[in-house]
Design a binder for this molecule. Structure first.
Ligand code: SME
Length: 152
């Protein structure tokens, strides 16, 4: 089921009433977890060291940390600065399985002036959960998060 992403975008913009990255990233993943159906994990991984992602604010079970750029779906998004949309993560050789219940994954990079700040990672237990409309919708929510937040 595809949610009304343009409505979600307006609601997220209204929710983000500070410029603080920690508050806004926490609110953004909680909002997505609440409003987008069939997710079991949503969260940010942040670039905290060279070629390495560290776990940031998230909703769901405790997750893998740290993740090198060289590994997994999040690593691919960090390396390429491109959204990764995977129908079945078990078919991806170097997928990092934090939770065996996760089957589909969508990872959107957060790139500020050409530099990676982090990634937003969504996991679903449903194979093929994320279609092109979900990708465009989540990328738009990430753009709204970025526009409302001071990302140094
Ligand atoms: N599956 C991810 C790791 C992060 S967890 O899903 C929360 C990956 O392969 O990058």
């Amino acid at each position: 089921m595809t949610p009304d992403y343009s409505l979600l975008n307006r609601q997220l913009a209204a929710l983000l009433d500070t410029r603080d990255w920690l508050t806004n990233s926490s609110q953004t993943c909680a909002f997505i977890m609440q409003e987008v159906p069939d997710l079991n994990w949503v969260g940010f991984y942040l670039q905290r060291a060279p070629e390495m992602l560290g776990l940031g604010p998230f909703q769901g079970k405790p997750a893998c940390h740290p993740i090198p750029f060289s590994k997994g779906v999040c690593g691919a998004a960090a390396r390429t600065h491109r959204t990764q949309r995977v129908d079945d993560v078990h078919a991806v050789a170097d997928h990092i399985a934090c939770d065996a219940a996760s089957n589909a994954e969508l990872v959107v990079p957060v790139v500020v002036e050409g530099r990676l700040w982090g990634v937003l990672d969504l996991d679903s237990p449903l194979r093929g959960r994320f279609g092109p409309e979900d990708q465009a919708g989540i990328e738009a929510l990430v753009a709204t998060f970025m526009a409302h937040t001071d990302l140094a």
